[in-house]
Every structure is written in structure tokens, then in C-alpha cells.
Design a protein around this ligand. Sequence first.
Ligand SMILES: Cc1cc2nc3c(=O)[nH]c(=O)nc-3n(C[C@H](O)[C@H](O)[C@H](O)COP(=O)(O)OP(=O)(O)OC[C@H]3O[C@@H](n4cnc5c(N)ncnc54)[C@H](O)[C@@H]3O)c2cc1C
Ligand code: SF4
Ligand code: SF4
Length: 402
Amino acid sequence: MTDTAAPPSAPADKKERWTAQWKELYAEVITTGLCTGCAGCVVTCPHDVIGYEHEEGKYIPFHLEEELGLDNCIHGEKGCTTCTRACPRFRAWEPAADMHLFGRVREPDEMAGIWRQLLLTRASEKTVHEMGQDGGFVSAMLIWLRENDYIDAALVSGVEDDDQWKAKPAIVTTKEEILATAGSRYTYCANPLALPEAKERGFERLAMVGMGCQTSSPPVMWDRKAGKVSKPFLFNIGLLCSKTFDDAIFTELFEAKYGLRKADMVKMNIKGVFQIWMKDGSYHEIDLKECHQWTREGCKHCPDFAAEHSDIATGGIGVDNDWTLTIVRTELGEEVIGRMIADGVIESRPAQEDDEAMRLLRLLSIVSRRRWPADADPAPAIGVPPPKKKKAAPAPAPAAGS
Ligand SMILES: Cc1cc2nc3c(=O)[nH]c(=O)nc-3n(C[C@H](O)[C@H](O)[C@H](O)COP(=O)(O)OP(=O)(O)OC[C@H]3O[C@@H](n4cnc5c(N)ncnc54)[C@H](O)[C@@H]3O)c2cc1C
Ligand code: SF4
Ligand code: SF4
């Protein structure tokens, strides 16, 4: 080291005092289209002044007090900064969460984030496997975490009583409840919104299942020292995700064009096409290009396909439909998966055996990162290769040696 280099603890390296409040969140995240609707700011606001409507076309926070208008907060003016500390899209959120979880930022080529193990897993118990979306790994893990006293409850996506495809945030504590909420709904569900009820019921150790936009929030809060609001999140289980759809897709596309009524659907999945299984036993495939116009607004700039800040991220890409691609990221994630394998509750094999899963993981991570706007914090776009140029019409044969 030269005598001009500052030691790591020198005052120049100290973090600046964090002063950003709702005013900055509104200007830099909500009005710029970066807001994913994750509800991290909503559930952590200590003054309960951030509202949210879990409804079609909404999924975006708004300020409830009118004193200073939509774009400023009286508590923020007095020094409250919790909402920006909780927001997984505010300023340098990716390096903040990376540093907190892994002690380093991702390398430019780590498109799917930092990980320790890549596995394909599935629940050993037949019922759990069958009720799961892919391998039933997420449900098996929630059951195991409860039975082994890691958690008191989990924040997941349930469904409305009168509509099995209208997702709503829910709390589960028993194996029956976990299995009743298994499977994927492809509309948005802000699972953190179940936090207040979890607190009311006295649950202090929580697992959260959610897409990357949701599972980045706790590590960002930990790094930005949001305080006790961030304490209950103990285990974050990520779901790989390219987008979610507006609820209107059911009536405006599936029913209007294909006659597929929501009430008659039994399962759906996305494997290159939108797959729908109906009660009458019929199976339908809908081209994803047709679905694009129902992409939810909050997903359009999202750079995180691989839930890069979860303890374990899970997805269904690859050649086998009934295995879960399992990306083990943290030390805690590795401890849990090791114990689950030793207990025989899941089967596992190296994901690298599935070339297609590896190819898609990288490709879809790149595609998502390309959506991140150039005028936002640069970190999520670092290392992202530009799209390949479309092949031009056949040109005359090149001269030898060119
Ligand atoms: C909106 C969405 C998009 C996805 N996109 C992809 C993708 O592009 N590529 C890919 O490989 N995988 C994707 N996945 C993940 C995949 O569908 C499976 O969730 C994952 O492989 C785990 O499967 P499993 O059988 O282990 O989970 P299960 O045991 O079936 O458990 C699934 C868990 O997800 C929760 N959940 C269901 N729907 C939602 C929702 N809308 N919001 C929040 N939580 C929910 C359930 O409550 C349950 O806890 C997506 C999932 C969702 C919900
Ligand atoms: S991304 Fe989440 S935390 Fe940030 S403003 Fe939107 S809802 Fe709030
Ligand atoms: S694409 Fe998925 S991870 Fe990104 S904002 Fe939408 S729901 Fe969240």
C-alpha cells in the first residue's frame, strides 16, 4: 500500500448519513417506473402513511396524508427514512444487497447473481411433489422449516375464497395451509403485505416466498439499517420471474379469444408458451407473444430474473417439468438444503446436468437486465451483453480471407 492510499476504515469510506425519505422515493422510484409494487415501503412505514391497493391495474404505493401533497411526507421532513431504506429499487440497491448477503458485489458476468450451489430438486413425498408447481421443493422446504423450528410462519400467496386464480398475500403455519397455497399464480401478489397480520398473531420468525422484487427488500433493509421492521424476515425463498400479468388477461384474452373460463381452469404454467389445463381434461397452449400486452406495468423495467438476493431461488426452467431448479445462494440456504437432503425430504441432483436449464437461466437473466433503464443506478446493467444484431439478408459471398 502506498502512503497516499486510505485504509478501509478511514473517514472517507464512511457511509454518508441517510436522509432520503418518501419525497425522494416518489421522485426516483415511483414516478420513474422503477417501482415494482413489492410493498416493502408499505409494510415497514412506522407511521402507516403509505397506502396500497392489491388490485388490477394498481399495485403501486401512494401517500395517505394530504398535508404536503402526494409527493412529500411530513414524517419524512422530520427525519423518517424507513421507506427508502426498505425499497429494493432505490438508488444502489443491487450492490447494497450483494454486499450485505455475500460480502462482495456480483462479477460483471454473474448474470443470475451470486450462488453457492445449483441443483435440481423435488419433494420426496408424493403429495407435496404433485401439489407443487414444479418439483414441490418450495412447499417441502416450508414444511421442513416449520417442523425443524426455523420459522413460526411463512408469507406466501394464497387465493381469494371465491376466485382460485385471484392471488392474495397470506400467512401459512401448518402443512395443510402450505399445501393449500402451493402452485403458481402468474398475476402479481405482494406477499410482504401479509406482514402486519403475522405481527398481530405474534409470529417473529418468518420465511417469505416471493419474486426477486420482494426478496431483495429484506437484505436492502438490513444493509441500510432499517431497524426492527427488518428483523422478522429470517428466510427468503425466491421465485424466478420474467414478468407477471394483469388480472385482466383472464377475461380479455383467455376467455374472450379462446373461451377458456377462469373458473374452469385447474392448472397453468409457463414453459416457452402459456400452458392451461381445464377441468374437462383439455389442455391449451397460448403463444407468449399474445400475452405481452397484459404485462403488469411494474415488471417492465425489472432487471432481476433469478431472485438474486434470496437465500434460495427456485424456478421451473429446463427439460424436466417435475423438478425445481434450485439456486442456493447464502450460507443459511446451504445449511437448510444440506439438512433437507440428509433428512430425505427432497431428492437432488446437480443442475449442471441440464444444459437447457443452464442456458435459459443465463439467457433470461440477461433479457431481464436489458430492461433496466440507462438513467437509473448502473449496477444491474453492468456486464450485460448487447442484443445480437439480427442477421441481414444474405449478402454476396465474401472474398477469400475477409
Ligand atoms: C408470477 C410468477 C412467475 C414465474 N416465472 C417463472 C419463470 O419465468 N421461469 C421459471 O423458471 N420459474 C418461474 N416461476 C417460478 C415457478 O413457477 C415455481 O414457483 C418455482 O419453480 C417453484 O416451484 P415449486 O414446485 O418448488 O413450488 P411450490 O411448492 O408449488 O410453491 C410455490 C410457492 O409460490 C407461491 N406463489 C404462487 N404464486 C405466487 C405469486 N404470484 N406471487 C408470489 N408467490 C406466489 C406459493 O404461495 C407457494 O408458496 C414463476 C413464479 C411466479 C409466481
Ligand atoms: S419498489 Fe417496493 S419498496 Fe420501492 S417504492 Fe415500489 S412498492 Fe415501495
Ligand atoms: S418481473 Fe417479477 S421480479 Fe420483476 S418486478 Fe415483475 S414480479 Fe417482480
